[in-house]
Design a protein around this ligand. Structure first.
Ligand code: GLY
Ligand code: MN
Ligand code: MN
Length: 433
């Protein structure tokens, strides 16, 4: 893609800082075991500002009369490039990614001591990584040691993540284009999973079908570890074991989405392993679907962030009473929070480069207002563990239905609607396979 969005984002952040210097590192490489690393994933904010995907890199932005963006990165190294692959090196990186200056990462500390001199404010991610915080404080101390030569160290240290969170919360057309494509790939993965599911298969076999579809369309990694949870496993919210055999008569809950060009998708669908919903499964499924429709309807510009959650809760509370899971009036169920026995999480989160994306949910004491450009998930559910005070027909039913929703001027766009969720559509698709 063009480098202009990245240059424009750096310019915007410098404008928000007004003065001072920002130091933003990418993510470290993480060892899996012995000398083998996990697949490398850059830091989202670093990439948002730079478009630069190599490890061992730091972006420095100087807000001054003549603002500057400076990249520190690995030098060219023929030996390492034979083993590990291409490195841009500072000169090519400066040229290709539009930085004003670029230096070898080995010069970071000495250059930072120069760059921090007499800057009023220092912006960096605070508390994200203990080692990095200590590193930055040591550099600042090195600047302080020069005070007798009349040099001052920044006396304000600010968390750059609040500025970046606000920027990243609003997606532009370029970002929405990627998120639509990520959503499209993930919806076809969910359709594929429905078509491959049969009693007797193992959860990991269905996980393999999801990964196949992601990869076959250029999305090399899931945005988070896929949850493929048959029967009672669906009542474990973060189940990732994915190693149980699928049973005739149970439901399968799949929460999976690919990452494409650094953007996440996040979809949950729940469907019958044998292709046909049973009576009690139908009752609970339709309730969760109705709650999801009500929540999506409320996810529109001008409404509060909490409106979709409240809309879902109202539908669920009434349904729990009708199904004899909760007792009392809707107000009593909401007031006492007795619904939490079956619905214990919130109805969504921001979605973007991180699956649980950055951006505040409140301004001051109030939930913030939804605005065009924000993307969120809408994901009500119902999880019924065996319990004496619950009708046995519902035991071990775990259902969540999750879509990705972009707020726009007209209301919203559901990015993931191509994954079937009406019971008749799911049964029809599974019948064909
Ligand atoms: N898959 C993570 C979530 O739904 O929040
Ligand atoms: Mn989610
Ligand atoms: Mn999810």
């Amino acid at each position: 893609m063009s480098i202009h969005p990245y240059i424009e984002r750096r310019r915007h952040l410098i404008e928000l800082m007004r003065q001072g210097i920002a130091i933003i590192p990418t993510a470290p490489e993480i060892m899996r075991n012995a000398d083998t690393h996990y697949a490398y994933r850059h830091d989202s904010s670093f990439y948002y500002l730079s478009g630069f995907a190599e490890p061992e890199a730091v972006l420095v932005l100087v807000a001054a009369d003549t603002p500057k963006s400076i990249l520190f990165c690995r030098e060219k190294n023929l030996e390492r490039e034979i083993w590990d692959g291409h490195r841009h090196g500072p000169d090519a990186a400066r040229e290709q990614f539009g930085f004003d200056e670029a230096y070898p990462i080995t010069q970071l500390d000495e250059k930072l001591v120069e760059l921090l001199a007499n800057q009023p404010a220092l912006y960096c991610p605070l508390g994200a990584e203990v080692g990095w915080d200590q590193h930055i404080l040591r550099i600042r101390s090195a600047v302080q040691e020069k005070s007798r030569s009349g040099i001052q160290a920044p006396d304000q240290i600010q968390d750059v993540r609040s500025l970046l969170g606000e920027m990243r919360l609003f997606k532009d057309e370029h970002e929405l284009g990627i998120m639509r494509r990520a959503a499209e790939i993930s919806t076809s993965a969910h359709r594929r999973a429905m078509q491959f599911t049969r009693p007797g298969k193992y959860e990991y076999e269905i996980e393999a079908e999801l990964l196949h579809e992601f990869c076959a369309h250029g999305a090399r990694h899931p945005a988070y570890t896929s949850i493929v949870a048959g029967g009672a496993n669906a009542c474990v919210l973060h189940y990732v074991g994915n190693n149980t055999q699928l049973k005739d008569g149970d439901l399968l809950l799949i929460d999976a989405g690919c990452e494409l060009d650094s953007y996440a998708s996040d979809i949950t669908r729940t469907f019958p392993i044998n292709g046909k919903f049973s009576g009690p499964q139908r009752d609970v499924y339709q309730l969760v679907l109705d709650a999801q429709f009500a929540a999506i309807e409320s996810a529109k510009s001008g409404n509060s962030w909490i409106a979709p959650h409240d809309a879902a809760l109202n539908v669920l509370a009434k349904g729990f009473i009708d199904l004899k899971l909760c007792s009392g009036s809707v107000d009593e169920v909401l007031e006492s929070e007795s619904y939490k026995k079956f619905y214990m999480h919130r109805t969504g989160h921001w979605l973007g480069m991180d699956v649980h994306d950055v951006g505040n949910y409140k301004t001051g004491d109030s939930w913030r207002t939804l605005q065009p450009g924000m993307v969120l998930t809408v994901e009500p559910g119902c999880y019924i563990r065996p319990s004496d005070d619950v009708p046995q027909a519902f035991w071990n039913i775990g259902i969540r239905i999750e879509d990705d929703v972009a707020i726009n001027d007209d209301g919203n766009e559901v990015l993931t609607s191509a994954a079937p969720k009406a019971m008749a559509d799911i049964e029809e698709l599974m019948k064909k396979s």
